[in-house]
Write a protein that binds this ligand. Structure first.
Ligand SMILES: Nc1nc2c(ncn2[C@@H]2O[C@H](COP(=O)(O)OP(=O)(O)OP(=O)(O)O)[C@@H](O)[C@H]2O)c(=O)[nH]1
Ligand SMILES: [Mg+2]
Length: 808
């Protein structure tokens, strides 16, 4: 008993300004950590109680209870053994009881990479744990962990007000203050006075000879809001059209937009709509202020109410003149008011977030990898992943480090210098050599297009993928390193289009509610084998197939895509149209039907009038043979069958509606050296795909990140038809030979699949194991040796169709 009272007395005798703690741990796996932690805390002047200073003869539970009662906080070393230990359980129970009565704090520590936490009591689960690496159990607490603990101790020591029972372990004393920083973006056509406005707002000066802004100018502008200073990072974009393409990268959300308009050329409301749509699509619901500049020289009015109804994010209109300093104060005040109300600008920002932001603002690099960002965050004590993500997003919106984190192909890189992106992309879209190649570019072209010191190899893909995200380029299907840059195609429609007189063509149209600019470039990349050596321009393309030619062109003003097929025989024309429709339908689906595309069939005698394709098909199913249509001043009778048969034969429409369930999967086994021939064959098989006779698969369809050999195996196992594309390279390829051919022939033998050798190039194949199989094209004459390549492919496609249709 005496011993007990001595101990109690000792404990109580500790000076009250000395912080005390109790360390709870399991000997089995927490001893090392507890020992080092005890030393380090004692070294910091903390009075530490552990259970090994119990004297012989003392009643253990009494002593423990006493120590816990007198500790300011309770450190729990949460190892798996701890949660199974009866002693730990008792200690935690004591603490829990104590916690109800007094102001004790709990500091639990957990170890990453360990399991066995299923038994944690509920009250421990909803508390912030300090995280350590499991290696610290062997090596002792990390410096990071200790510093967090010391912060917590400090926090307790400095607190005057009663401390909440369960404190969150702060990474540093959690001092937050408002960010008071935001991004102000000026947009508008060239020479409307954007730069002049920035100069007036920030310095109150005006230059009559302001030069055109090249790219982007960024200025810091500080303005007073109550007792706070707000910093706005002002982004002033060059307004010339060539730059619009790259500006979209920087039109971020949660920014304040100033749209500058002039009244000189008329059509200001339309101009306003154009920019407001652009702001809306990139900036979301960011606030917008509309400035009517040069108002003294060219006064003009806008439909305020109409605009504001359609774009509720408009926060006001101001008439200004930079030369005469008219309206500048009003604009300044409005900016200040709107900015001060933006929650993003006012958000509470922890001290360590400020530290990261300041570090990044001072960096001279053009870009930064995600790993580097993580290191910087960690060095400032930001460990938590979701904190890091939020900070990353805020830095993006502020324009300090742009990171397109929604896109897995882009999120690894943050752009620190916007001109790094814009200069690189201008170099690409201004390359004459690429323009000469009809805008086709390979990833490897960036080696000579871009200076290596500023654009290292590993960043080339980032630039192209960024362009792709913003529809500045389009990837060819199944060839991830090959792109089309529409900017490098001519704008003007070539003269050959005049030959496509509607009366002499097979006509088809798509009418759209919204016709996106990227539709034709998307179509070009999909159908590229058919437009090789033909004309391509920004809004259209000529295709060639089996002796016929097709014109596919977008008429932006009417929101239509027009298809005209001429020459060749009727069957070939229908086949080409079917291929075109297959591709256009696929693209329309990529836009998830937001475009509301309506396929239309122009009337044979009045090609300027068209009827709904789906309506015709429905009439046909219901047995309606003719129906009246109002044309100009007259009513004409439309023959359903005649009109539809011009597009595709009744038998094919029937097949299309019946065959879906019987779709046969086709697997291509080929050498990568024959890629372009495989491409051509696939184009010719589109007709069968459109009619839902087959679906095709080859290894270029493997998504990045998947196990390719597993994918290949799966598709090979599932295929009903296996095409062996024969050439000397195919025969020489070990993989094709040993894996694919072997397995294909086994499946053929067992009747599960049909193997068809397709002779691409002449080679020695007579002794090959597939020599006894029926091959294509006829007489096994290599596709490359046919004088008419289309005829060879048609022969192959017909053979495949017959096999597919004969399969049950
Ligand atoms: N009279 C008058 N002239 C102006 C005003 N604002 C700008 N200017 C003149 O208009 C011309 C274009 O002004 P900028 O400020 O360079 O226009 P910008 O929109 O920045 O042009 P870009 O950088 O090419 O997009 C310059 O010669 C300016 O001096 C104005 O309010 N009144
Ligand atoms: Mg300018």
């Amino acid at each position: 008993m005496a011993t007990k009272s001595r101990l109690v007395k000792n404990v109580s005798a500790e000076p009250r300004n000395k912080i005390s703690c109790y360390i709870c741990y399991a000997r089995l796996d927490g001893l090392e950590y507890a020992k080092v932690l005890t030393d380090r805390l004692r070294h910091q002047g903390v009075n530490v109680f552990v259970d090994d200073d119990i004297l012989p003869g003392e009643k253990i539970t009494d002593v423990i209870q006493n120590k816990i009662q007198h500790a300011d906080f309770f450190i729990l070393i949460g190892t798996p053994a701890a949660f199974k230990s009866e002693w730990v359980k008792i200690e935690v129970q004591f603490f829990y009881r104590e916690m109800q009565r007094s102001q004790q704090r709990l500091l639990p520590i957990m170890f990453r990479g360990l399991s066995g936490f299923e038994d944690i009591p509920q009250f421990l689960q909803d508390i912030q744990w300090l995280q350590e690496d499991k290696s610290t159990l062997r090596d002792g607490p990390s410096e990071q962990g200790l510093s967090q603990l010391f912060h917590a101790v400090q926090y307790i020591r400095e607190s005057v007000t009663p401390i909440p029972t369960r404190i969150r372990v702060p990474s540093k004393p959690e001092k937050k203050r408002p960010l008071n920083e935001g991004k102000l973006i000026l947009v508008g056509r060239g020479e409307v006075g954007k730069t002049s406005l920035v100069r007036r707002l920030t310095n109150d000066e005006f230059r009559g000879d302001e030069s055109k802004t090249q790219g982007i100018n960024i200025t810091d502008w500080k303005l007073l809001s109550g007792s706070d200073i707000l910093q706005l990072n002002v982004w002033d974009f060059g307004g010339q059209e060539i730059m619009h393409a790259t500006h979209q990268f920087f039109l971020t959300e949660r920014s304040l937009y100033i749209l500058v308009l002039n009244g000189r050329e008329g059509g200001e409301d339309i101009d306003a709509e154009y920019w407001l749509k652009l702001i809306e699509s990139f900036g979301g619901d960011s606030p917008v202020i509309i400035v009517q500049n040069k108002i003294v020289q060219h006064p003009f009015e806008l439909n305020y109410r109409g605009l504001q109804t359609r774009y509720p994010q408009i926060h006001g209109f101001v008439k200004t003149d930079c030369k005469d300093a008219v309206g500048i104060d009003d604009l300044r005040q409005l900016i200040q008011r709107v900015a001060a109300e933006m929650p993003e600008i006012r958000m509470q920002f922890p001290a360590d977030w400020f530290a990261v932001k300041d570090k990044l603002s001072l960096m001279v690099d053009d870009f930064m990898g995600f790993l580097r960002f993580r290191q910087i965050c960690e060095s400032e004590g930001i460990q938590n992943e979701s904190d890091r993500d939020t900070l990353c997003w805020v830095l993006h919106c502020l324009g300090i480090a742009l990171n397109y984190r929604d896109d897995p192909r882009l999120r690894e890189t943050s752009v620190l210098k916007p001109e790094w992106v814009t200069n690189g992309i201008y170099k690409i879209i201004n390359a004459k050599k690429i323009a000469d190649r009809q805008g086709e570019l390979r990833l490897s072209d960036l080696n000579w297009l871009l200076p290596r010191d500023r654009y290292p190899l590993e960043k080339h893909l980032f630039l192209l993928e960024l362009m792709r995200k913003f529809s500045l380029c389009f990837a060819f299907p199944d060839e991830e390193d090959r792109y089309l840059i529409p900017e490098l195609l001519g704008k003007e429609e070539p003269k050959v289009t005049e030959a496509f007189v509607p009366d002499e063509c097979l006509n088809f149209e798509y009418h759209y509610a919204i016709l996106p600019e990227g539709l034709i470039p998307r179509f070009i990349v999909r159908s590229h084998t058919l437009s090789r050596n033909q004309e391509r321009w920004r809004s259209g393309v000529i295709l060639s197939y089996e002796g016929c030619k097709a014109l596919v062109t977008a008429v932006t003003a009417e929101r239509r895509v027009i298809v005209r097929v001429m020459s060749g025989d009727a069957g070939a024309r229908r086949r080409l149209l079917a291929i075109i429709r297959y591709d256009v339908d696929r693209i329309n689906r990529e836009f998830k039907d937001r475009l509301d595309a309506q396929p239309k069939v122009p009337l044979t005698d009045f090609p300027e009038f068209s009827v709904d394709y789906h309506k015709l098909v429905a009439f046909e199913r219901q047995g309606v043979e003719t129906f009246p249509e109002f044309i100009g001043q007259n009513v004409v009778s439309v023959d359903v069958n005649e009109l539809l048969n011009g597009i595709d034969l009744a038998t094919q429409r029937e097949e299309a509606s019946n065959l879906i369930v019987k779709l046969k999967s086709v697997f291509f086994s080929y050498s990568h050296k024959d890629e372009s021939l495989r491409d051509e064959l696939e184009t010719h098989l589109k007709l069968l795909q459109r009619q839902s006779v087959i679906s095709t698969w080859h290894d270029r369809k493997i998504l990045p990140g998947t196990e390719w050999d597993h994918e290949i195996d799966q598709h090979l196992e599932r295929a009903r038809i296996i095409l062996l594309l024969i050439s000397a390279d195919f025969i020489a390829s070990d993989y094709c030979w040993e894996k694919e051919v072997k397995r294909a022939l086994e499946r053929h033998e067992s009747g599960e699949a049909v193997v068809i050798p397709v002779m691409l190039r002449s080679c020695d194949w007579q002794d090959a194991p597939f020599a006894k199989l029926q091959g294509l094209p006829k007489e096994m004459k290599p596709v490359k040796s046919w004088p008419d390549r289309d005829a060879a492919w048609t022969n192959v496609a017909t053979g495949i169709r017959e096999v597919a249709q004969a399969l049950k």
